[in-house]
Design a protein around this ligand. Structure first.
Ligand code: KG4
Ligand code: ZN
Length: 341
């Protein structure tokens, strides 16, 4: 089966071609530079940019895959959750394509695509669901932080999620307080390499709570007070590096501890992680260390598939079609607040 997938839920316009569980192409046009000026994603601008970029990105994906439109067997697109106007661009385009080509459409939940993305691996990347094991999955992005129990393929239950800021949001907002450009997550990761994670003690919110929820707004507030009370420190490069390393250590410790605790409680032996924050080198290192110490299998989404992309949408859509999931109606609407499971 050859499938074209579209992703426009936030600030990345992406199109991918998937054939028989392989990624033939995965074109991504990022809007980061556009939104950086405003310190965050501006929904109206995002939608306009998706409109401008979608067709060129689709053409690039088809060209790189060496596939023509008449060779497509199905169309997939993110149906939700996400920014309403942004979602509309990709999902309505996918419905129109499916109508014109008379091919099935699969509307995909963006978080579900992240959830299964750790099972895409190799070069060229291929879906490796044959290796699937029941697992606890950590989804960490700019908008969401979730722990999910994945009992079997396509069967999952949310264990806990963030009560306020998501982990990515915490990276971005604390970085902004330090004067770093948006999105600050990758920059904090880079500067933290030269910093001391023990330099400053920041709160580890909900670390001791036995539930699987997260909360990062207290940590953000604590960084706000730190920066307000010691403005002179921010003029020293080493202080910024130490601050980055300390904030990163607090976020990573909470994420890793709660993920491992849930895995142990459920008697599972496999952990997966996905979403933009899974690019973070300290998170990858600490999850690797914690899982190795317990003999757990760890599947981290490939770095190129952590941030938003259409390949993960297409891989999940093809898997769903193979498992007899009914196609999505051409008159269906976007689901802006579609919850996972
Ligand atoms: O999954 P994603 O691309 O978009 C959403 O669905 O939100 O995640 C974007 C988030 C941003 O908050 C960004 O700062 C964060 O992922 N991020 C990182 C790193 N790379 C991306 N955070 C920490 N360290 C990184 N290396
Ligand atoms: Zn995402």
């Amino acid at each position: 089966m050859t499938l074209l997938a579209l992703e426009t839920s936030c600030d990345e316009t992406s199109a991918a071609v998937i054939r028989d569980h392989r990624i033939l192409s995965n074109a991504v046009s990022s809007q980061i530079d556009l939104h950086a000026e405003y310190g965050g994603v501006v929904p109206e601008l995002a939608a306009r940019e998706h409109l401008r970029n979608l067709m060129p990105v689709v053409q690039t994906a088809l060209r790189e895959a060496g596939v023509t439109v008449d060779q497509l067997d199905a169309i997939a697109a993110t149906q939700g959750p996400g920014l309403p106007l942004a979602l509309l661009v990709g999902f309505k385009a996918a419905q129109a394509l499916a109508f014109v080509l008379q091919k099935p459409l699969v509307g995909i939940n963006h978080h579900e695509a992240h959830l299964y993305s750790p099972w895409i691996a190799g070069s060229p990347p291929v879906a490796d669901f044959a290796a699937f094991q029941p697992n606890v999955s950590l989804i960490v992005s700019g908008g969401h932080t979730m722990l999910v129990h994945v009992a079997s393929e396509l069967k999952h239950r949310v264990l806990g999620s963030t009560l306020d800021d998501a982990a990515g949001e915490c990276f971005d907002k604390t970085g902004k307080l330090m004067g770093l450009p948006y999105p600050a997550g990758p920059e904090i990761d880079r500067l933290a390499q030269s910093g001391n994670p023990l330099a400053y003690e920041f709160p580890r919110p909900l670390l001791q709570d036995t539930n699987d929820d997260f909360s990062f707004s207290g940590l953000k507030t604590s960084v706000r007070y730190f920066v307000r009370d010691r403005p002179a420190l921010l003029e020293q490069t080493q202080t910024i590096c130490d601050l980055c390393a300390s904030v990163q250590a607090a976020i990573v410790e909470v994420l890793v501890t709660k993920t491992i605790r849930a895995t142990k409680r459920l008697g599972l032996r496999c952990v997966t992680a996905s979403g933009g924050v899974t690019c973070n080198s300290a998170l990858r290192r600490e999850l690797t260390r914690a899982c190795a110490a317990r003999g757990y299998t760890l599947r981290l989404a490939e770095r190129s598939l952590c941030t938003d992309n259409a390949a993960m949408i297409g891989i999940l859509a093809e898997h769903k079609l193979a498992h007899q999931t009914a196609p999505t109606g051409l008159d269906e609407d976007i689901k802006t607040a579609w919850s996972l499971g």
